[in-house]
Ligand binder design. Structure first.
Ligand SMILES: Nc1nc2c(ncn2[C@@H]2O[C@H](COP(=O)(O)OP(=O)(O)O)[C@@H](O)[C@H]2O)c(=O)[nH]1
Ligand SMILES: [Mg+2]
Length: 461
């Protein structure tokens, strides 16, 4: 998609099916010139001109075929006060597909008038500063919303829910930049260090506004997405609890006694890769469940906890009698052979079965080896799930990520300022924070991200 294209574009803005009304939408930088070309339907240019730069509705009749006049309302929105920031003209006409397609084809006779690509109207709105990127995403999220929560989140975003906090953060950071620059001028370059706390009050305001923005964004995300639940599944003594403890840092009983872990434990597994909060569940092995048939509560918990987004099957790699746990249907997962610090003793047949099922890793909770590939695999599974989810979920992950980077830089700047940091370093952190926020609203965004976003719109939006 060519971002800087300056031609006019046209597309059907209503669903392509028979209806009482259809709307063809046209947007271009100078519709007076576009519509004045030879070969276009008669009377169009004069109808547009009759609005004299004001919004308004003009009645027009299009002589489609000899003896057939189609009544059309022309809704005129001269730029820049339009949805795209350009001149916008909407044709409201009877929703007969042959008629609508014929009018579209007649308009496309004009040079410099092309069919719109997917999302191109919204893209133009973004490029012309009518919407920032978070709002453009909200348009998409609204169009693609699958449930009420998604509609609410998108509507809040479209209304600029993040905007005020972001603007205040940016103002405060810019002010801190100015203070640093001023310091440079007046101290005649003899000192490169800021006095401790020199920009503390600006940074405090930036922090407070950023924290509000993050809380707002986080609140919406949690309501909307929840968590990524990872289950540790395996026989008693396989090493689940040791792994759980290693990954979550939460103390739990690890013992040689089979079936020691009686209560299902669940705790956050903190990892930088996490898009949602990773929750790791440890529990009794399935054999323990079976042998404990009287404990209905434990069984109920076990069943409930089987609603995992991802399963880590834990098999004791040092045990020649170890078997693969039963697979949980329709849930992605991988097999982990535990206790890799001990000699491998698991049967070759079991290893092959595991490989047929999917990815296999060796790790040791005791030695701390093999944990990184496990986190990487979970991260990949979460990203894959994420690809399949709604537009607003994707957008909120992008926001969280940008806000997190901005907050990191602000904290780094604050730490430097507290002790009286080197001003170049402080300025660099401030710039990094400002850059993250500029990316968030789309002032500084790689072209491919824009292509990815707008091309997933439907044509006519
Ligand atoms: N050498 C070694 N022993 C381990 C490792 N992980 C667990 N164990 C031991 O294996 C036994 C069972 O571990 P546990 O985590 O309680 O298994 P669970 O029943 O699956 O929860 C305990 O004695 C652990 O100390 C490991 O990585 N290396
Ligand atoms: Mg256990």
């Amino acid at each position: 998609m060519s971002g800087g294209r300056r031609s006019a574009i046209v597309a059907l803005a209503t669903p392509p099916r028979p209806a009482e009304r259809a709307i063809l939408r046209l947007s271009g930088p100078d519709l007076a010139a576009t519509l004045a070309q030879d070969g276009l339907p008669a009377g169009l240019a004069s109808a547009w001109a009759a609005t004299a730069g004001q919004r308004g509705v003009q009645a027009w009749e299009w002589s489609w075929l000899p003896g057939i006049l189609i009544p059309v309302e022309l809704w005129c929105f001269p730029g820049p006060q339009s949805a795209t920031g350009e001149d916008v003209l909407e044709f409201h006409l009877p929703g007969s597909l042959p008629v609508v397609r014929a009018l579209e084809a007649a308009l496309l006779q004009a040079s410099g008038l092309d069919p719109a690509e997917a999302g191109e109207f919204t893209r133009r709105a973004f490029l012309n500063g009518v919407l920032d990127l978070t709002q453009a995403e909200a348009v998409q999220a609204l169009v693609q919303a699958q449930d009420t929560a998604e509609v609410e989140a998108a509507a809040a975003l479209l209304g600029g829910a993040l905007g005020a906090d972001l603007q205040q953060t940016r103002d405060a950071l810019a002010e801190a930049m100015v203070q640093i620059e001023a310091g440079l001028d007046f101290e005649e370059g003899d000192s490169q260090d800021l006095r401790p706390g020199e920009i503390a009050s600006s940074l405090d305001r930036a922090r407070a506004a950023l924290a509000r923005g993050r809380a707002e964004s986080e609140a919406r995300r949690v309501r909307h997405e929840g968590r990524f639940r990872i289950g540790l599944v395996g026989a008693p003594n396989a090493g689940k609890t040791a792994l759980f403890r290693r990954l979550t840092g939460v103390e739990a009983l690890v013992a040689d006694e089979k079936g020691t872990t009686r209560d299902r434990l669940e705790a956050a597994w903190p990892d930088e890769r996490a898009l949602d909060r990773w929750m790791l569940a440890d529990g009794p092995g399935r054999a323990a469940d079976a042998s404990d048939a009287r404990d209905h509560a434990a069984q109920a918990r076990a069943r409930q906890a089987d609603h995992f987004d991802f399963v880590v099957y834990v098999v004791d790699g040092s045990d020649p009698r170890a078997q693969l746990p039963e697979a949980i249907a329709a849930t992605p997962g991988l097999t982990v052979f535990s206790k890799a610090d001990r000699p491998r003793a698991v049967e070759q047949r079991v290893l092959e079965q595991a490989q047929q099922r999917g990815a296999v890793l060796w790790l040791s909770s005791e030695a701390g080896t093999g944990l990184e590939p496990l986190a990487e695999a979970v991260g990949a599974a979460e990203r894959a799930r994420h690809q399949q989810r709604g537009a607003s979920a994707r957008a909120s992950v992008r926001h969280q990520e940008a806000l997190r980077r901005a907050a990191e830089s602000v904290e780094a700047a604050a730490a430097l300022d507290e002790v009286g940091g080197h001003q170049d370093l402080v300025a660099e952190e401030l710039r990094a924070a400002l850059r993250a926020l500029a990316e968030l609203v789309g002032e500084f965004t790689p072209e491919d991200l824009l292509d990815q976003l707008f091309s997933s719109f439907c044509v006519g939006k």
